[in-house]
Design a protein around this ligand. Structure first.
Ligand SMILES: Cc1cc2nc3c(=O)[nH]c(=O)nc-3n(C[C@H](O)[C@H](O)[C@H](O)COP(=O)(O)OP(=O)(O)OC[C@H]3O[C@@H](n4cnc5c(N)ncnc54)[C@H](O)[C@@H]3O)c2cc1C
Length: 477
């Protein structure tokens, strides 16, 4: 802050208080703008938030990041939240395979774990012992990984091809796709290989698994998401001088010179030199003036994909690990949420000391997202019992689901052409959001990168000197 008189400071309005909007607002405030952040919901954090279910604190969906998510980690640092997350020293994913009938399941535990060796040898030992693939299939995976590594991420042709077609064309079969490529890909891309653009899949696998040996070490919040994305973010925004309006929806944007007009649903009018639209693609489609970006008419057709979280509170401990991925079951990834949720301090937890709360993170579930809770219960409880012997004899104290129908954009082939850059054709009007052209799939990392891109573009257009060499996307410190 320079302490310039308020009237001399440029005004900015950021529409949307998800991670993209939080990032853009902080950056603009740090560059001495008078920033107002407008968020329609009662809280910040957008798609990555927490809520109360009685005494239990629940995340709307389990969120994971990787060590290579430098921009998100930079935001964590900026929010003073680096101690509120846990990042693995070394990638270690227990992969529990199950086969056979419910009465006599056969369980096999494997691990995707990295060694302290250079890429690609860091995963070679783990793959050599991976019990879910035979020797010939493991060799296929190595061939596929080498072929992936040779792809040029800047080649626009990659976006026209489906990852599934490419995998089969490069020696992969149904087993390697299920036991490895989809195991990782469905969780990170929110679609199965056949529905994913090769450009996005190659980006994820090259950056996450085949760049730096530590790139894929897994990070998770050690507290409810809301503690970081709402509480910490709100405190830092206010400290930076950002005016945060919650429960305030932007109804209309009128671009004008010298200042744009932003009308809230209640009628209040804000004026700003810079407006960052940091909602999802539907917000951009609704608020952008005509012809503000190329291909704007196609924004409405930019699809979305759902994520379902299934939450189960057992009366006892049924899982000893913080998380695992499942194979041979509709269950995908399972996380222990007991500590985050404050279960032990609830009436339920006091009545059942040792109770455990698990969340199942189920991606790309277009066919399940609208199923009734009772049906999901019938589907998932027996599967958890198939996977976890102790779950079979445990009592279920609570069962509920959280449904995010528009969790991510649809990462289908052809997506890259639909994603606009931060800069629009209207001076002072910028776009941000995980759906914009970051090169990343819809992730927290993509959202933060998009917020930086919008702030960078706004500041560059205003001739503001940018911090030098933030090359790795981390917050300037
Ligand atoms: C269940 C689930 C699991 C996920 N898992 C992961 C994961 O493991 N790892 C990962 O990296 N990512 C994950 N994601 C994706 C990640 O949460 C999102 O990509 C990211 O949070 C998007 O941030 P954003 O700021 O771009 O958009 P959003 O979070 O969508 O924020 C946009 C905000 O704008 C507000 N808004 C929109 N229009 C208006 C308006 N007119 N006026 C005022 N406010 C408005 C909205 O209310 C919203 O708060 C997951 C998402 C979900 C839903």
């Amino acid at each position: 802050m320079t302490g310039r008189a308020d009237a001399a400071r440029p005004a900015a309005v950021v529409v949307g208080g998800g991670l993209a909007g939080i990032t853009a607002a902080l950056r603009l405030a740090e560059a001495d703008h008078r920033v107002t952040l407008v968020e329609g919901r009662p809280r910040l954090g957008g798609l990555a938030f927490s809520f109360q279910r009685g005494e239990l604190t629940v995340d709307n969906g389990q969120h994971v990041y990787l060590r290579c998510c430098t921009a998100y980690r930079g935001l964590l640092d900026r929010l003073g939240a680096a101690r509120l997350v846990h990042l693995q020293d070394r990638l270690d994913v227990p992969v529990l395979g199950v086969s056979g009938p419910a009465g006599a399941p056969v369980r096999t535990l494997g691990r995707l774990r990295r060694a302290g060796l250079p890429v690609p040898l860091h995963l070679a030992g783990s793959l050599a012992r991976y019990p879910h693939l035979g020797p010939a299939d493991r060799a296929r995976v190595v061939r596929g990984a080498l072929a992936l590594q040779s792809l040029d991420l800047a080649d626009p042709a990659l976006d026209a091809v489906s990852f599934g077609d490419w995998l089969r064309g490069n020696g992969q079969n149904a087993r390697t796709i299920a036991a490895l490529w989809d195991l990782v890909g469905v969780a990170t891309l929110n679609a199965r290989a056949d529905q994913v653009s090769l450009a996005l899949a190659a980006m994820v696998f090259k950056t996450g698994l085949l760049s730096d040996p530590g790139a894929s070490d897994i990070g998770t919040a050690a507290v409810p998401l809301g503690t970081i994305h709402h509480d910490r973010a709100l405190a830092e925004l206010e400290r930076a001088g950002v005016k945060v309006l919650l429960r305030a929806r932007v109804a209309e944007l009128k671009p004008a010179s010298p200042q744009h007009a932003v009308r809230l649903e209640g009628g209040e009018l804000l004026t700003a030199d810079t407006v960052v639209l940091a909602g999802a693609q539907d917000t951009a489609a609704a608020l952008l003036p005509p012809d503000a970006v190329d291909g704007q008419d196609r924004l409405a057709g930019f699809g979305t994909a759902p994520i379902l979280n299934v939450h189960v509170v057992y009366d006892r401990k049924v899982l000893r690990r913080p998380f695992f991925a499942a194979l041979g079951s509709p269950v995908q990834w399972v996380f222990d949420r007991t500590a985050h949720s404050g279960l032990a301090g609830t009436e339920l937890g006091r009545a059942h000391p040792g109770a455990q709360y698990l969340a199942l993170s189920q991606s790309a579930v277009q066919d399940e997202i609208d199923l009734p809770v009772a049906e999901l219960r019938r589907r998932y409880l027996p599967e958890l019992a198939r996977l976890l012997p102790a779950a079979g004899g445990a009592g279920v104290l609570d069962f509920f689901v959280t449904r995010e129908r528009t969790a991510t954009f649809d990462p289908a082939p052809g997506t890259a052409a639909l994603r606009p850059t931060a800069r629009t054709k209207v001076p002072g009007l910028l776009l941000a959001g995980a759906w914009t052209a970051t090169g990343w799939p819809a992730t927290m990392e993509g959202a933060v990168r998009s917020g930086h891109a919008a702030a960078d573009a706004a500041l560059a257009a205003a001739g503001t000197h940018l911090p030098v060499d933030r090359g790795d996307g981390r917050w300037p410190r």
